[in-house]
Design a protein around this ligand. Structure first.
Ligand SMILES: [Zn+2]
Ligand SMILES: [Zn+2]
Length: 199
């Protein structure tokens, strides 16, 4: 897995969030999201058992029908887990594992607070082990047919030179989160705005 895939980005148009695993679009597409009360309750109980009271109070699990080949995503500090309904159809057992994978992200971020951690670093792996999925892979992708159209837009961070590919043109400003974190305390900084690379 390419390192760049796990690089994160955010936009000044939205609240600073922690998208996992990859960059998020600036424009929020309308998505059909159904909260899953059972899975939400399971996460709340698990967080309670780990003594993470804030997480236990607010974590929510939703099924997002607009997700394509990404199995799950975790958002912090929103404390939201999005799951791809295709996971259920593809392999029901996998949805329990995906849920644990994503909850492990929230647990790791919850414990880290403002301290910067790697998305799939030691804190996440530790949380995975606590949730019974030690040795979990960092991959969020489903073995589903990918969208057929190629990612036509190529961008790079002028600082770290990481490249990201997008199907659509980036609207608005989007900066490299890794560099914003390293050099600007995690706040949006136009110096690290992604630049389009023309082939
Ligand atoms: Zn992950
Ligand atoms: Zn960068």
């Amino acid at each position: 897995m390419q390192k760049g895939l796990w690089q994160m980005a955010f936009s000044w148009l939205t609240e600073p969030v922690m998208p996992v695993p990859s960059v998020v679009p600036v424009v929020k597409r309308k998505a059909v999201k159904h909260i899953d009360l059972d899975l939400t309750q399971w996460c709340r109980d698990t967080a309670t058992s780990l003594g993470l009271t804030e997480l236990a109070k607010t974590v929510e699990v939703v099924w997002n029908s607009r997700m394509r080949s990404t199995a799950g995503r975790a958002w912090w500090p929103q404390r939201l887990i999005e799951l791809n309904p295709k996971v259920k159809e593809h392999d029901p057992e996998q949805s329990a594992r995906t849920l644990r994978h994503e909850l492990a992200h929230l647990i790791a971020y919850e414990r880290a607070g403002r301290r910067k951690i790697a998305p799939h670093g030691i804190e996440w792996r530790h949380a995975c082990a606590e949730l019974g999925i030690g040795g979990e892979s960092v991959c969020h992708q489903l073995p589903l047919p990918r969208r057929t159209h190629a990612k036509r837009f190529l961008y790079y961070c002028p600082q770290c030179r990481i490249e990201i590919k997008r199907v659509r043109k980036i609207k608005g400003a989007m900066a490299c989160l890794a560099c914003c974190r390293s050099h600007n305390g995690g706040h949006y900084d136009k110096r690290f705005r992604f630049v389009e690379r023309h082939h």
